[in-house]
Design a protein around this ligand. Structure first.
Ligand code: FAD
Length: 463
């Protein structure tokens, strides 16, 4: 009998964070394998084909866009650390986006001066206060080990005295990267403010496949392995240390360390009970319904000129699990055609995201699933009526996914896209050779996840 397979590091999950970590480790000669339970990579930001359409699961936009040459940006760090050429991601900047609340709209672009002018025009009394807030954000170091969790709402309202402006500034940051209900960790707020307002949005013309293909090429070139349909059933522990994993088919792989990107509670659930933390972290509750609408005509010609619209029909924006199956009173509308590609994209797609109640969608009678999705999709368009035309009679292809879809495909408890509100910023666990990266380490979104994988690999596994 041959000796069992043995690796320096096993990475659980081939989402953005797991792939980035594995590339980094393989660069430095570590024998590393990424174990993914699904039959393809990407996790929360994967892709699929349906009825002849190539679709992204989630991608609206890549954050942290920085023009070439901006060497200190998060994106440049990713390119450097993963040795990927910037042109491989083929990013095109947004044209413009907006935050639209009752009676007030703030437009923004990748030039921060645009948002400053919009704030000054719509909230003249807040012009200097906004500058002060931005200065505090620029000077903050959310990654510093001594930085502690505190309320972003309190921090913002201690400077911004117009509640509507505070709500408008928070809404996009919460929608694109917040696991807490009603409030946000100020560290996360600073990171997301930088990612969305101070840097900005871009999109690869070919969607998320462009990014995933680049990551897979680098993983392959650097000698890392990828094992699809290799779900991990158990992390094996002996004498207080991890020594390997057991897969769903009961085969075992041995290793020196494990890096898990599947989430904190999800990782705890596959560890032996004796090695679990005493205090159970909170479950994430924030989940979404998203519709992908392909129209028979151009959304731009129908008047949809923004790349991303964050809207709310209420002045008090509510970021919590809704009481009803879907909260159609606020949401995000994305039009992928509205980025400045060399050649126009003309994919005629509109994506609409609303908060949704996981329990409703998980427990629905399967016969009811499709009619309920159609019903809530229709209500979602009605809820966005002040911010987009009624596209219902122009849809030639529609796909709708709910929190149940997210749970089924990625294993995230409650279909919670941003995981637990209890983040583990250190990336360490109760076991000395088990580490966390990705969603529950604390860096969210595509760029955040890749940065997380890189920094945890650097910090613990490449010492
Ligand atoms: C609808 C939607 C839209 C989004 N839009 C954007 C956007 O426009 N821009 C942006 O920046 N971010 C967006 N995000 C967020 C972004 O996709 C995530 O923050 C990021 O991809 C998380 O990456 P990750 O590696 O941390 O985790 P994940 O993507 O969750 O990766 C974890 C992987 O682990 C696998 N796994 C789980 N359990 C096991 C197991 N036991 N064994 C083996 N493998 C396992 C999963 O299948 C998955 O592939 C969106 C997310 C969603 C759901």
């Amino acid at each position: 009998m041959g000796s069992p397979l043995r690796y320096n590091v096993l990475v659980i999950g081939a989402g953005m964070s797991g792939l980035a970590a594995a590339i980094r480790l393989a660069h430095f000669g570590k024998k590393v394998a990424v174990l993914e339970r699904h039959d393809r990579v990407g996790g929360l930001n994967s892709y699929y084909s349906l009825n002849g359409y190539d679709l992204d699961v989630g991608l609206h936009a890549v954050t942290n866009f920085a023009p070439r040459g901006a060497s200190t940006s998060a994106l440049s760090k990713i390119f450097r650390q993963l040795r990927i050429k910037p042109e491989n991601f083929d990013l095109s900047p947004q044209k413009k986006s907006r935050i639209a609340f009752p009676g007030v709209t703030l437009e923004f672009t990748n030039d921060f001066a645009c948002l400053e002018e919009e704030v000054a025009k719509n909230f003249p009394s807040q012009k200097d206060r906004f500058r002060k807030l931005v200065e505090a954000i620029r000077n903050a170091d959310p990654y510093h080990p001594s930085a502690e969790r505190r309320s972003a709402r309190e921090a913002v309202s201690s400077v911004i005295s117009e509640p509507l402006l505070a709500e408008m500034l928070l809404a996009p940051l919460m929608y694109y990267g917040n696991a807490m209900e009603d409030d946000m960790d100020y560290r996360q707020f600073v990171i997301m403010f930088q990612s969305i307002y101070l840097e900005g949005f871009a999109r690869p013309r070919r969607g998320v496949r462009e990014i995933l293909d680049s990551l897979l090429n680098r993983l392959d070139e650097s000698g890392g392995e990828l094992k699809l349909e290799s779900g991990v059933r158990e992390i094996l522990v002996e004498n207080g240390k991890v020594y390997g994993v057991k897969l769903m088919d009961d085969s075992r792989i041995e290793c020196d360390s494990v890096l898990s990107s599947i989430g904190l509670l999800e990782t705890i659930a596959i560890c032996p009970e004796s090695s679990r933390r005493e205090k159970k972290p909170a479950e994430g509750k924030l989940a979404f319904m998203e519709s992908i609408n392909i129209l028979d005509s151009s959304p731009v010609e129908l008047g949809m000129e923004h790349a991303i619209t964050f809207f709310s029909n209420r002045e008090n924006f509510s970021f919590r699990k809704p009481e009803e199956p879907v909260d159609v009173n606020d949401g995000v509308i994305c039009v992928p055609d509205n980025f400045s590609y060399g050649e126009p994209l003309n994919c005629n797609m509109v994506r609409i995201t609303n908060k949704a109640d996981y329990a409703y969608w998980e427990n629905i009678n399967p016969m009811e699933n499709l009619p309920r999705k159609r019903d809530w999709h229709s209500r979602s368009i009605e809820g966005a009526a002040d911010y987009m035309p009624d596209i219902r009679d122009k849809i030639k292809f529609l796909d709708v996914f709910t929190p149940r879809t997210v749970r089924r495909y990625t294993g995230h408890i409650n279909g919670a896209v941003y995981g637990s509100p209890d983040k583990v910023w250190s990336g360490g666990t109760a076991l000395p050779n088990l580490f966390l990266c990705g969603t529950d380490q604390g860096f969210l979104g595509i760029i955040g996840a890749m940065l997380s994988g890189i920094s945890i690999a650097n910090q613990y596994l490449l010492k």
